[in-house]
Structures are given as C-alpha cells and as structure tokens.
Design a protein around this ligand. Structure first.
Ligand SMILES: Nc1ncnc2c1ncn2[C@@H]1O[C@H](COP(=O)(O)OP(=O)(O)O)[C@@H](O)[C@H]1O
Ligand SMILES: [Mg+2]
Length: 306
C-alpha cells in the first residue's frame, strides 16, 4: 500500500527553502554578484522559465493536487469526511467507491463548484483553490470532463478544438482569424493524440459516442489543462472504445495528472494505475489494483457489492 503522507500541508512544504541566493553568489566578484543575485531571486521567475499553464504554479515538491482534512456536510450528513488526497505530477489515479461514497462531491470541491466546510485544497504548493471561483480554477489548469460529452455538434471536430484553444477565442474570431503555425501544430498534435486526425472536417454531431468523449478530452487539452478530472469515461462505450480510452488516458499521464472516477473494474484494471477507494467520504485504501482487491476492508464495502 502507498503510505499517505499525513502532515504534508502546503504551508509546511512551502517553507522548505532553496539555498539562499546569497550563498549561490558569494563566490562571485562583487560587481557580478548583484546582477546574478537578481537572476536567482526566488520571488521572480523569468518568462522563458514559466510553465505555460499558470505562471504561479509551484510543483517543486512533485505534488500537483492536495486535499487535506476536507469535510463537507449536506444537512448534517458528512458527504466528505476528513478526506486526504495527494496527486503527483504526471500521475494517473483511479478513484473507485460505492454509490454515495462522495466521488462527485470530491470533484465538485476540486473544481470550486462546492465549497468544503473544513480542510485545504491546493494546486501545487502555492495556489489555494478555495480562494478561487470555478472559472479561475479552470484557468489555473484544472479541467473536468463530465460523463455526458458537451461538444458543439454543429461544428467540425477541428472547430471544436479551435474554439477550446486557450486565449478566449470567440466563435466569431474562430471563423474570422486564422491560427498561427504554432497553434495549428498544437491542434494537429491534439487531433492525433485523441485519434481523430482523419475526422477533422467531420461535424462533431456525426461522431460516435466514444469519439465525442475523446474530442471533449481534446478540448480540455487545448485549454492547457494540467490536471484532468474524468468522471466515468467509459460509460456507454463499446469494448473497442474502452481500450482506446485506456490508451488515451495512459498516454496523457506524464504530461498531465489524470484523476479518473470509474465504476467499471475491468477498465480500472486495464489502466493499471494507483487506485484509491473512497468510502463514506473518507479514503479507505490506496494501492495497486491487486492490493486493493485483496484488502478485506475493500471487499467488505465495495467489491463485495458487485
Ligand atoms: N447537493 C447535495 N445535497 C444533499 N446531499 C448531497 C448533495 N450532493 C451529494 N449529496 C449526498 O452526499 C453523498 C455523496 O454523494 P456523491 O458525491 O454524489 O457520491 P458518489 O459520486 O460517490 O456516488 C450522497 O449521500 C449524496 O446523497
Ligand atoms: Mg457520482
């Protein structure tokens, strides 16, 4: 089982100091010290070093998402109860749990749709998601894919991706202004990543159910999403589409962190990631699928059900 670090609060992490800049430059002659000191100032990041998604995002500690001690009650009922969750950069994580375990509420809390009563929700060690609204959280690089795909059916696959492209291109501008070379390359890259390179001109309404889901994932990628939250991606898919989706989500990990809530155990097994089991709003167990399956507590509350 993975050990969950219990005391990894963002404030504490942020106190871990890099070498003070004075130390870095003390060997230099005085006349250079000032300019080099300026260059390594910790409060300043130069443009070429900035990540594209969010200039403030700090993942030096390799953890992209922290939930700590999060609690949320609805009419006195604790839907989320002292929940801890840590998602690493580039990780693919599956969250399973019986109906009512709090999976959707957890996603709602991460995306700012629901405010927790207690606890901490951070992106990296320096972005406090509780101080941001839903749009700001999305802009910071958190993308959520709902179960029902929400693509523009009357637009082509290409135009759907173009519309989603970061930079708030309005529908009007999509049809008036052409993309620059870099944007075109990015769009082509995402098109082939989601396996729709041969369907760029097709109206999204004519795609299969699975293809629409991939297009929607592509649209989140166009928005430079860093953390992708995916709710039951394979519901209603054919086996072939499920396999393709497993490949897609696996290929996204590394560049993105991906959190998948899924009921289909075969699918969870096929993407072979770390699995967290949510039960009564609390993390019951965390580990590989085989560790989870042999955990008697999990058998009791979840796998025994099906
Ligand atoms: N807006 C709400 N008002 C009242 N109860 C809610 C609300 N949202 C969720 N709940 C309750 O919180 C619990 C967790 O729900 P949910 O997060 O949807 O679980 P899951 O997605 O794991 O099935 C359930 O008992 C549900 O009835
Ligand atoms: Mg749910």
């Amino acid at each position: 089982m993975t050990t969950i670090p219990q005391q990894l609060s963002p404030e504490k992490l942020d106190q871990s100091q890099l070498a003070p800049e004075a130390k870095l430059t003390q060997w230099l002659p005085a006349q250079f010290r000032k300019s080099v000191g300026h260059f390594v100032r910790r409060d300043q990041v130069f443009d070429f070093l900035k990540p594209q998604h969010h200039p403030l995002l700090d993942t030096r500690h390799n953890i992209l998402l922290y939930l700590e001690g999060v609690t949320k009650s609805f009419d006195g009922f604790k839907a989320i109860d002292d929940l801890n969750l840590y998602i690493k950069e580039g990780e693919l994580r599956c969250i399973i749990g019986p109906n009512g375990a709090g999976k959707t509420t957890m996603m709602d809390i991460i995306t700012g749709k629901t405010r927790p009563d207690e606890g901490q929700v951070w992106l990296g060690s320096n972005i406090n998601l509780q101080k941001m609204d839903e749009a700001e959280i999305a802009n910071a690089g958190v993308g959520r894919k709902f179960q029902k795909p929400t693509v523009f059916e009357c637009l082509s696959v290409w135009h759907n991706l173009e519309l989603a492209m970061a930079g708030e291109r309005s529908v009007w501008r999509v049809f008036r202004a052409s993309l620059n070379g870099e944007q075109r390359d990015e769009l082509d890259r995402v098109l082939s990543l989601i396996g729709l390179q041969n369907h760029a001109a097709l109206l999204a309404g004519n795609l299969s159910h699975g293809q629409k889901q991939w297009l929607e994932i592509g649209m989140l990628l166009m928005q430079k999403t860093k953390l992708l939250l995916v709710d039951e991606p394979v519901a209603g898919m054919t086996h072939q589409e499920m396999d393709r989706t497993a490949d897609l989500l696996t290929s996204l990990a590394g560049d993105h962190s991906v959190v998948v809530v899924e009921h289909d155990m075969d699918f969870v097994r096929s993407i072979a990631s770390t699995v967290s089991v949510l039960h009564q709003g609390h993390m019951l167990a965390e580990g590989s699928m085989s560790e989870i399956q042999s955990d008697p507590r999990v058998k009791d509350v979840y796998l025994g059900e099906s």
